[in-house]
Design a protein. Structure first.
Length: 601
């Protein structure tokens, strides 16, 4: 029985059917045929892709009839030739043009089914009677599920796309762009997690208000809301560009569709729905990354071809993990500090059942993060033999649209889209949390729980609209992500983290630190975006973020030491966060925190 398979398609020449011949042993041939065609069997034209070049190493084992197949004559069944449509190639004006092998109908159908499943989960788990239900899921979520949501939120699809592309050019050292900062932040949160949970407050606004005063909490809320909206906008940019490649639609429409579905289940189900959908998205994402890695290896011709290409095109440092630490130091500092105080991470720690569970969340998250970040680095390295230069539209999108069968392209598409959607949904939910707290403070009156839920939903809508405008006006995911991370790190890190440990710190120092550090980063980015302002530092984000952190730290310490101490408030807050007299401290903390910051039991 013949093992060959023909799939005719419309030929670029005179309407004749156009076929591709892939030659190799059965196991390798089956995988190779699934992930991409090579040279056209009939017309002899097409792209001489690395996958086909590598397959030539099996030619010495072929019978004469197989050699005839390679020459373009009718292949015989005895040689088990696998043939496949080469419809991704189009010949015109002497050039080669790639076209997607994945039909938009496949993508639309898969995306619609995916969204319906997630929306159903949101409707099923929509218990949001109180503000704590809406934002913390009633403190009933298990650690393993919160950890998956933690990972799905931090590891947005934008992170995967960046990591794969960077690994293709930097090698193992690219792990320090996002993997290193993430691991450092998770280690820090392992120690901070129980302290954050014992603080027993709904948000970082509540923590700052309890530790310092309402003004400090308000200033933090403003900075954090900006961070979350800009962070969400960076993910919207990534998703808009991703949809643009797959659907051939405009960038703005891609962003609008993604926001619409994210908004639906974020507003209906609140935090519980976000966590449940993120758990599902984590599974889709992992599957998509595995397919990308396996496909990259096959398209590149296998491990031997990858190693040979590395030896030819790169030096020994390409596979050295530590070579990337110095060049990526700016990312390690900015992302590491920002991730440590990221409101999404703190929300998941605050949503746990107990301080011990908060620490368990970080342990589970580390177990998920380590293989995940190395997987995308390996995928980027594996694709080195597939392309002479990294494709402009990105490695993942190019592999999925031009080298995979539709089923595999859809899996990758859903996996990456799921990760980005996860992050967008989280940023909307968290943005609404801080906007809600700012609104309830501005109302200067008691607000009922049901009213807070409606305010939260309106705030979610407002965050989505603002994020859409930012994404369309500044469609650069990396610029937006850097802006958000550096502003949060330089503006908020010292007053928020050191407030748990330094008794002498006070409200004036915290406010000065947030305004000074965050304001400097914003000033630097205005210059980067073309605003004619004087600068006194060299180029590069490392210098900018270091200066911003220095300003923040000096103001925090200097202003705190030069103004009256607030020992009573500090002792109550620190005692509660360490588990000392938690029951007696609750009342006074809530009195200081104000009506808008509910305690979490």
């Amino acid at each position: 029985m013949s093992m060959s398979r023909s799939m005719p398609s419309k030929s670029p020449i005179a309407g004749l059917p156009c076929m591709v011949t892939v030659i190799g042993p059965p196991s390798f041939r089956a995988l190779s045929a699934s992930f991409g065609p090579g040279r056209c069997h009939q017309c002899g034209r097409g792209e001489e892709r690395p996958a086909i070049r590598i397959l030539s190493r099996w030619e010495s084992q072929l019978s004469p009839s197989a050699a005839q197949q390679k020459s373009g004559r009718q292949p015989s069944a005895a040689n088990a030739v696998q043939r496949k449509s080469c419809h991704i190639f189009a010949h015109g004006h002497g050039s080669l043009r790639k076209e997607t092998t994945v039909s938009p109908f496949w993508l639309i159908g898969a995306l619609a089914a995916y969204f319906l499943i997630l929306l159903g989960v949101s409707l099923y788990k929509r218990r949001t009677a109180t503000e704590t239900d809406y934002f913390l899921g009633g403190n009933t979520m298990p650690a393993w599920m919160l950890a998956m949501a933690f990972v799905a939120t931090w590891y947005g699809g934008n992170s995967a796309l960046i990591s794969v592309d960077e690994a293709n050019t930097q090698g193992m050292g690219s792990w320090w762009v996002l993997g290193g900062p993430t691991v450092i932040a998770v280690i820090a949160l392992f120690f901070l997690g129980p302290i954050i949970r014992r603080a027993g407050l709904l948000s970082q606004d509540g923590i700052m208000t309890s530790r310092y005063n309402k003004t400090a909490g308000t200033v933090l809320s403003v900075v954090t809301a900006i961070y979350l909206i800009v962070w969400g906008a960076s993910q919207m940019v990534a998703l808009g560009l991703f949809f643009m490649v797959f659907f051939e639609i405009s960038f703005a429409w891609g962003v609008a569709v993604a926001i619409a579905f994210s908004l639906a289940y974020a507003m209906i189900g609140g935090f519980r729905a976000v966590v449940l959908t993120e758990t599902a998205q984590f599974g889709f994402f992992m599957l998509g990354l595995i397919v990308t890695f396996v496909g990259a290896v096959i398209v590149s011709g296998g491990p031997d071809a990858i190693i040979q290409t590395i030896e030819t095109k790169r030096d020994a440092a390409f596979l050295n993990l530590w070579e990337g630490f110095g060049p990526n130091l700016g990312y390690v500092i900015a992302f590491g500090l920002a991730f440590t105080i990221d409101p999404a991470a703190w929300q998941r720690l605050q949503a746990t059942k107990s301080p011990k569970e908060a620490r368990n969340v970080t342990v589970h998250a580390m177990v998920y993060f380590l293989p995940l970040y190395f997987l995308v680095v390996f995928a980027g390295i594996a694709s080195i033999a597939a392309f002479d230069e990294p494709p402009e539209q990105g490695l993942v999108a190019t592999l999925a649209t031009s080298h995979f069968l539709p089923i595999f392209g859809v899996i990758v598409f859903i996996g990456i889209a799921a990760a980005i959607m996860s992050t967008v949904c989280t940023t909307l939910n968290l943005s609404s949390l801080y906007l809600t707290e700012l609104t309830t403070k501005a109302l200067r009156r008691d607000v009922e729980e049901k009213q807070k839920v409606w305010i939260a939903r309106a705030a979610t809508l407002a965050a989505a609209i603002i994020g859409f405008v930012v994404a369309v006006q500044l469609p650069s995911a990396l610029t937006l992500l850097a802006l958000a991370s550096e502003m949060l790190a330089a503006g908020v890190f010292f007053p928020l983290v050191l407030g748990f440990f330094w008794r002498r710190a006070n409200s004036a120092g915290a406010i000065a630190s947030i305004i000074g550090g965050g304001g400097f980063i914003l000033y630097g980015f205005l210059i980067e975006l073309g605003v004619a302002l004087p600068s006194f530092w060299g180029e590069g984000s490392v210098t900018r973020v270091l200066i911003g952190l220095a300003i923040s730290f000096v103001l925090y310490v200097g202003v705190s030491l030069s103004t009256p101490a607030e020992f009573s408030k500090a002792d109550e807050f620190v005692g509660r966060s360490r588990g000392d007299s938690a029951g007696t401290a609750t009342g006074s903390i809530l009195d200081d925190a104000g009506k808008g910051n509910n305690a979490v039991s």
